[in-house]
Write a protein that binds this ligand. Structure first.
Ligand code: ATP
Ligand code: MG
Length: 263
């Protein structure tokens, strides 16, 4: 049995602004980004920005190039052309990256026999972060009551929240998440909406990827939609959905035009 099966609650941190001058900056900036795997171009001359104080949804179907883009942004994949910067510099140039960017990628990484607290303490220690942060981030993702439970007993939603806790350990002003709502139930998706809103309201820059267009259209302030590694639309959810029943309908209308009516 899971140590905590009930619906998670959102605990917002204290309201906080990131110093004057930062608020309007494009904290994440992708310019002409390109990645090739052999003859296949996975990310093709992609450009977009993610602003502070906003949730930016990075959308596209399976294989669109979302994870590859995020991996290049985080210095995990080599860039073939273009640039990807965070707070104006490449991720790999950041002196203490964990205190600037918190990342939750599709991979888990927690040892199943470790407790949630031990897992986070290990990451904190490895990154020179104060251990006092561990209980703060556990509270933030509503895992306080599960702090001493072993990770193998966690539900998918709890594992997802543990990854988010790890991403927040360094109190980063930029938070990047790859498919954070994947597999979550409606309560988990609601929680994620409130959680990401809280991060943005504190002035943080939030970038999250998903293939679930209509879910993310409800979470994000700004959308970047890609297909085949290329940007197909960018703007507010309202603007992109305008004239269609849903963002997904808008996406299919847009991409079938591009493909000459073939879907
Ligand atoms: N290491 C790799 N070697 C070869 N091809 C790759 C590699 N990583 C990704 N690709 C290819 O690049 C394209 C983009 O993949 P990517 O994982 O970025 O898509 P995605 O948008 O994250 O999809 P999903 O929604 O399934 O997670 C796909 O065609 C994929 O097969
Ligand atoms: Mg992916």
């Amino acid at each position: 049995m899971s140590p905590e099966d009930d619906t998670p609650t959102v605990h917002h941190g204290p309201m906080r602004r990131w110093g004057p001058g930062n608020d309007d900056e494009s904290m994440i900036e992708i310019r002409g980004l390109t990645k090739r795997f052999g003859a296949h171009t996975a990310v093709d001359d992609l450009s977009f920005t993610a602003a502070a104080g906003q949730v930016t949804g990075f959308l596209g179907p399976n294989g669109a190039g979302k994870s590859t883009t995020l991996r290049m942004l985080l210095g995990l994949d080599r860039i073939d052309a273009g640039t990807a910067t965070v707070t104006g510099v490449p991720y790999t140039s950041l002196r203490r990256p964990g205190t600037v960017v918190g990342a939750q990628l599709d991979v888990g990484g927690a040892h199943p026999a470790h407790t949630a607290r031990a897992h986070l303490a290990w990451i904190a220690r490895a990154n020179g972060l104060p251990l006092t942060r561990v209980d703060e981030v556990l509270e933030r993702v509503d895992l306080t009551r599960a702090a001493r439970a072993r990770v193998r007993t966690f539900s998918l939603g709890m594992g997802q929240r543990l990854n988010l806790a790890a991403a927040l350990l360094g109190d980063p002003r930029v938070v990047v998440m790859d498919e954070p709502v994947n597999g979550l139930d409606p309560a988990g998706i609601r929680w994620m909406r409130s959680f990401t809103r809280g991060l943005a309201d504190e002035g943080r820059t939030v970038l999250l990827s998903s293939h679930l267009m209509d879910e993310i259209a409800r979470i994000a302030d700004h959308l970047v939609v890609i297909d085949g590694g290329r940007s197909v639309a960018q703007g507010t959810p309202e603007r992109l959905t305008d004239g269609h029943d849903s963002l997904e309908d808008a996406f299919f209308a847009l991409t079938s035009e591009v493909r000459g009516g073939v879907s």
